[in-house]
Design a binder for this molecule. Structure first.
Ligand code: ZN
Length: 144
């Protein structure tokens, strides 16, 4: 059976992100500080610079989304927190818009720099989900 948990929200943390910080690093720090092994992330705000990845299913490899000049608005940031190799791991996707309102998006990589950030993280009480290699997709997916 595919990995699944039934869970409840233990607490919700909402806050501001730190200007000039790496977005993934910042969220991972919040997860570590609040000991969030399972969580849901939503955020809005703006980034100075974006590093996005796109997963090529045919090659089973991440490729960088071609860089475009920022800054960008974060139209939507959605992600989760779980464990990977025993450490807290933030998985985040971003939809960003530029000064024309044109959208780009992808899997957020480190190197995405916060301009302003409003985040909320729901800490879940579920039994932990750990990521492991999935040969079918080549991805580190949740396993039972
Ligand atoms: Zn992703």
């Amino acid at each position: 059976m595919l990995a699944r948990r039934e869970t409840k929200v233990e607490e919700i943390i909402i806050g501001r992100g730190e200007h000039d910080r790496d977005l993934i690093e910042f969220l991972t720090d919040v997860a570590d500080e609040r000991q969030i092994d399972m969580g849901l992330i939503t955020l809005i705000g703006a980034v100075k610079k974006a590093k996005l990845l796109y997963y090529r299913q045919d090659e089973k490899k991440y490729h960088p989304v071609p860089e475009r000049d920022g800054p960008f608005e974060i139209i939507s940031g959605v992600g989760n927190i779980s464990l990977k190799d025993g450490a807290r791991f933030v998985h985040l996707h971003l939809a960003l818009s530029d000064h024309d309102g044109a959208l780009i998006g992808g899997h957020a990589d480190s190197g995405t720099i916060i301009f302003a950030l409003e985040y909320s993280i729901a800490k879940l009480s579920a039994e932990k989900l750990e990521r492991g290699f999935d040969p079918q997709t080549g991805l580190m997916l949740w396993r039972s």
